[in-house]
Design a protein around this ligand. Sequence first.
Ligand SMILES: [Zn+2]
Length: 274
Amino acid sequence: MIRRNLPAILIAAAVILAAACSTVPYTGRSQMNFLGQKEELALGQQAARQVMQTEKISRDPVMNAAVNRVGRNIAAVANMPGARWEFHVIDKAEPNAFCLPGGIIFVYSGIFKYARNDDQLAAVIGHEVAHALARHGAERMSQQMAVALPGVAVATVLDMQSPVMGQAFARVYGIGAQVGYALPHSRSQELEADRIGLILMAKAGYDPEAAVSFWQNMSRAGGAKLPAFLSTHPVGQARIQAIIRALPEARSYAPGKREQFIPPDDDPPPGVRG
Ligand SMILES: [Zn+2]
């Protein structure tokens, strides 16, 4: 069956692979990506509905304002056509944040213990927006689907309703599974998101150096149970050193005058400096 269809499959695969190469902004890396932005967006929105049903969405006005304020500023400089940015706070004590395809970002209230001001919050959101901008989730899914390609018709792989697509998405995002929603990226994707995140911070007028202090704060977290964010974002000296090395590049993107997006004085977030 496969043998008989092999020429057709190979041709289709070649066409798809040729069309499937995209370039990551800022780093210029070529990546394999079968998914169009429409498919990414649809998957992201579907998953977001599931998250909203499962998790307690925080109505804390201060945290929501901070996440939206910093998120909009970072998204504005990310220049990602087709993205539909949304920023939500999940009411949970553990420090975590994740981004679904297409730009839907969830920040756990627990992150505010480590992100103590807008600059540090921008480090978290810049990193997550960078994952979306670099389309890391779609890239991981494409890798999963490439494994399935030889035995499965290409049209089936790209069908939104196909089990292959569903499995790839579930495996990459862990939606509905015990692992939670934090997307386990590859190590190189993490470093790339750090680098692009710093650039986005600088472009939006935040101090990229705040990423260093944020990750230092996170590295002191832990205790009996490692927070999910740390299990998907291991923070060692190597990571912090890589961030420090990337600071000059990020600063070269800073606008001449650094704006500081200070929130109204009457309602400062707890521990969040404007
Ligand atoms: Zn990450």
